[in-house]
Write a protein of this length. Sequence first.
Length: 440
Amino acid sequence: MRTGTATDLRPRWWHRIDSAGGGLPLDLGLYAASAAFAAVTAATSTLTPHRAWGSIAALGYLAATLAAASQLLLRRHRPAAPLVGVPARWLVAALAFAGTAVAPLIAQAVQRAAGRTDRAQEEVLVVEDSGRRLWESGTPYLGPDAIAALHPDDQLLGYTPYQPGMALFGLPRALADTWWTDARVWFAIGTTLFLLLAVRLLRRPRTAGPTRHDALLLRAVQAATVLPICALTLATGGDDLPVLALCLLALGYAAAARPGRAGIAVGLAGALKLFAWPVGLVLIIWGITRRAGLRVAVGALGLPAAALLPTLLVDAEALVENVLRFPLGHGLVASPAQSPFPGHLIASTLPAGRTIAGALLIGTGLMIAVRLARRPPRTAHAAALICGYGLLAAILLMPTTRFGYLLYPIAFLLWAPALAPPEIRQPASEEGRRSVDLKA
């Protein structure tokens, strides 16, 4: 599993692919494959916002592909040219993100403000409605009676299956109806801010030259920004991206040995969506290994609890209906999240399939719990791997899930190698145990 250096915590096969040609061949493959995906999406998707994204993103990916191809050709003739180094690759990645996520997002927000009703996925409407309800009534949730009173076609949109903090991204729409109050705009602003903080935290000192860690960090950022699963999500829906970015920031703080801030970051994510709660649990256990479990737990548990308390006091029944009953499949309507992963296929095709899928999910959770108890993560790298593989197993086995949720494990697994740079000082006790954690 190891490649021999403190900053190169990757399998050997991935190291060979990622480091070949200074990382440029993989950049070229990433952008070219993404351009093809965007073009196919524009031509074949049954979802109008996705087709609109693909028509713009394909051009952005094509431009990035041409830039990466030019860099690769230049490198063959002038290996030391500045335009083929890691800083130039960062610039291409930033432009790719602007062209494949930000530009399609703004275009759809502007078109929606001009009257197009097919330029946003349902979660955007749900978050904006929850922000309006929060402004007007103090809770983002409708109670079961209010949802039942809606027209059957509107009952699904009456549910808000998020934590209360998500409604804050919908508040601007409650105050003004224009393109820049679109919830996706604020998802993008939050995501960009949190990722910039994480990059600033993990990057090398400015006085040093380019390092291998810079390339690792670039690949990690690409996984959270320009991969189609992330760019498409941000431009058409977006609610998962700030949650992911906060979790990545929390892991960055863990790598920098700042447990209190790690707890605050993952706690903010947990106040937005349940997907961050397992990450918070793993980071609390990581904190315990450093005698800082309480410092992590204060933020990781305290912030979600503080977000839930006001809504619990205003309307406890509405809170339970939205954040518990509906996600568990006991709401007035069923969740449309039904991607053909093993858990969904088992639940929908086998006798007592839902029970079998639930048992598999619980069994996997118990296995992860035993792993955490016997070999708790002592580094941010190990914590990221556990989060990545654990969420991947959960997503594959949940009876109701979405393909887009894969952005979480993909980002965590590609973020992991960037979490142990030499510039970040690790305690001696942790250094002595690192070789053990790398086998996880």
